[in-house]
Design a protein around this ligand. Structure first.
Ligand code: SF4
Ligand code: SF4
Length: 324
């Protein structure tokens, strides 16, 4: 019997009614796997390219009432408290078979990562077609890094194009340039970050060089892609005139200011419970914070500076986008 060659995608979240990543109301797929390791990442479950179990001990019924997980775990990786409740997973012993996540009925053990065929993804997308038509929305594929699974992205976008559904790709752009060639003709809008122009700082805080990302941004603009650029603004990292002005100059000089919108996103501490579910420490735990009273005037100041440079800069990711 021949196996199906239809591409599948490993997805850690599907969000309906998304309004932040592209125009209108959208269905958004978050693909698993990312080559970056930004310290402020709010989606740690998107970093690993493989499915992985998540533990929420507060939801455990206890061994006396249940114990299903213990019966199916082949590696003795489940940890229990002295009073008989699941207390986490020994990640050095876990082989990520996910048996416990299927056996657990309360959500105390769940899986990050579910595989979708293109047909399954399209069923989800088509259900929201009425919202797309009313709002100019569509589908966004994000991550993680969506282009680590290029066949799935291409197949979904091809189908969307055939059905007149708007397509948006959010990518970290730390990828081979050739991957962009495949999706360029199928993508109505690209969204990408510039976190800092400082190569060394980027390596230290995000784990990779920023040169390929900047080269891919130039490549997208040279190929007339519609582009939104974002910067997560963090105190102690890039919330200075010099940092933001350097990004502004790149947009003006290297990208010829051909960017639909440049969005400044003040850092907010999100996702800490997801780090705990993966038995990981939150890397920004010692961050002193950047509260609203501080970031609001900072962002206003940066916006004025960028607008004076002639850049269409906005605060946040929910301002109306005109794709023309
Ligand atoms: S994923 Fe598999 S190996 Fe890991 S804790 Fe669950 S049952 Fe055990
Ligand atoms: S299967 Fe779930 S609810 Fe039952 S003991 Fe294990 S973690 Fe607790």
């Amino acid at each position: 019997m021949s196996e199906s060659t239809e591409p599948t995608g490993l997805v850690f979240n599907v969000q309906n009614y998304s309004v932040h990543d592209g125009p209108g109301i959208r269905v958004e797929f978050f693909m698993k796997g990312c080559p970056l390791s930004c310290e402020w990442c709010s989606n740690p479950e998107g970093i690993s390219p493989a499915p992985e179990p998540a533990a929420y001990p507060d939801k455990c019924m206890g061994m006396a009432e249940c114990g299903n997980c213990l019966k199916v775990c082949p590696s003795g990786a489940l940890l229990f408290t002295a009073d008989g409740f699941m207390g986490g997973i020994d990640r050095t012993a876990c082989i990520a078979c996910l048996a416990c996540t299927k056996a657990c009925l309360t959500g105390a053990l769940t899986a990050w990562g579910k595989r979708y065929t293109v047909a399954e993804a399209m069923d989800i997308i088509r259900r929201d077609r009425v919202f797309f038509e009313k709002t100019g929305g569509g589908v966004t594929i994000s991550g993680g890094e969506a282009l680590l699974q290029p066949e799935f992205v291409r197949a979904v976008f091809e189908q969307c194009r055939a059905e007149g559904i708007n397509t948006c790709l959010e990518s970290a752009l730390f990828i081979k340039q050739s991957l962009l060639d495949d999706v360029l003709p199928l993508t109505d809008l690209f969204i990408a970050d510039i976190k800092t122009m400082d190569a060394e700082k980027h390596r230290v805080r995000c784990g990779v060089d920023n040169a390929p990302i900047l080269a891919n941004l130039r490549y997208l603009v040279a190929h007339d892609a519609r582009l939104v650029i974002r910067t997560p603004v963090l105190k102690g990292f890039n919330a200075t005139d010099a940092e933001i002005a350097a990004i502004g100059r790149f947009i003006l000089e290297d990208l010829d200011n051909r960017v639909l919108q440049y969005q400044l996103l003040p850092y907010r501490q999100l996702g800490t419970e997801k780090y705990a579910s993966l038995d990981q420490d939150y890397p920004m735990a010692s961050f002193e914070g950047y509260d609203r009273a501080e970031w609001e005037p900072d962002i206003r100041h940066f916006l004025q500076m960028l607008q004076d440079m002639g850049i269409n800069a906005v605060s946040g990711n929910n301002k109306k986008l005109d794709l023309g």
